[in-house]
Design a protein around this ligand. Structure first.
Ligand SMILES: [Zn+2]
Length: 347
């Protein structure tokens, strides 16, 4: 089962307690899934879904609210335009004129009267979504019909696919009527997609529709993902520190090379550089004070150690400030040696 279908099964198990919410949920479902057929001069309603749970849920909900009989049929093929996978069943809900189809169309605001004439509305009928409880129920009905969301482990995306622009615009407005929540609308082929991509919005949306378990799972995945991100940030930061340490060590060795070159009057051979016991170093560093010499040799022996580690290796160990001071002196000596070299002054 996908995350999306888990959400739908959870939502389909909710039984709205209030009459107003029952009607709102039915209206949301029919707005997105319903189509109208004319039979014998009257209107029949047909709605389809690929979920057996959703089909049963609305059959019961409509029958409870309207005290009528709702037909439920299973078909192996798909309704036109359905994006479902092959081999999936489609469930058809049928409401005939004898079973109050006209009353349902009127009460859900799908069939309105303007200047004495009937007309079909593509929008969301405002009186149905007046209170917060009904807004939530309406969106739940719509999500059960045309909503999907991606697995939060893979990405954050929740959407409603509607075939009428007015329905999409009205749904966006409905979503926007909740605090700190908003959705966007995009055209996709013949359809209008109302969607959100912010994790916080999707989480709120699931909560608003009543999918409590889905919110918990969503949030725990979200926390894990952000913890993973935090751990990666720390690891990368550690790598950066190591890189900085090595750069600093290389720079400090450069100072020692300058001091020793100036003292010996020659550049080191390649193998002398890495051998602290070579003549280049023993002659080159001999003028240093015992404190500086000790620090310089530790640097040569431990090319990958940080300054703190070098300070700790001294006898007695010294802190970072003290060891930094010694290297500051070595740096000054190196700069002076450089100056000498540049000035070509004889030694
Ligand atoms: Zn309500």
């Amino acid at each position: 089962m996908s995350f999306s279908s888990d959400v739908k099964s959870e939502l389909a198990r909710i039984e709205p307690a209030k009459k107003c919410c029952m009607l709102a949920e039915i209206a949301g479902f029919l707005r997105a899934s319903g189509s109208i057929r004319i039979t014998g001069g009257s209107f029949a309603i047909m709605a389809s879904t690929e979920s057996a749970a959703v089909a049963r849920h609305f059959k019961v909900l409509i029958e409870t609210y309207f005290r009528n009989k709702v037909g439920l049929a299973i078909g192996g093929s798909h309704r036109p335009g359905s994006q479902g996978k092959k081999g999936k069943n489609t469930y058809y809900i049928n409401i005939s004129p004898d079973e109050k189809s006209m009353q349902i169309l009127r009460e859900t605001g799908m069939l309105l009267i303007r200047e004495g004439d009937d007309y079909f509305s593509d929008g969301i009928y405002p009186p149905i979504v007046k209170s917060k409880c009904c807004k939530r129920s309406y969106m739940r009905g719509m999500f059960l019909s045309c909503g999907t969301m991606s697995d939060p482990r893979k990405g954050y995306h929740l959407e409603f696919v509607l075939d009428k622009e007015q329905s999409a615009m009205d749904l966006r407005k409905l979503v926007g009527s909740f605090d700190d929540l908003s959705a966007s609308v995009a055209r996709r082929g013949e359809n209008y997609v109302v969607y959100m991509k912010k994790a916080a919005y999707i989480s709120d949306m699931l909560g608003i529709m009543g999918a409590g378990s889905a919110v918990l799972e969503f949030e725990s995945i979200r926390v894990n993902k952000s913890m993973h991100g935090e751990i990666m940030r720390i690891i990368n930061c550690d790598n950066a520190n190591v890189d900085r340490t090595l750069l600093a060590a290389e720079e400090q060795r450069g100072w020692l090379v300058k001091i020793a070159s100036s003292e010996t009057g020659r550049e080191p051979e390649a193998d002398e550089l890495t051998d602290p016991l070579s003549e280049f170093w023993s002659k080159g560093l001999r003028q240093l004070s015992p404190q500086l010499k000790e620090a310089a040799y530790l640097r040569l022996y431990r090319p990958e150690a940080s300054l703190t580690e070098i300070g700790e290796s001294l006898t007695p160990p010294v802190g970072k400030a003290a060891i930094s001071k010694r290297f500051a002196k070595l740096r000054a000596l190196a700069e002076n040696a450089n100056g000498d070299a540049k000035g070509d002054s004889p030694r």
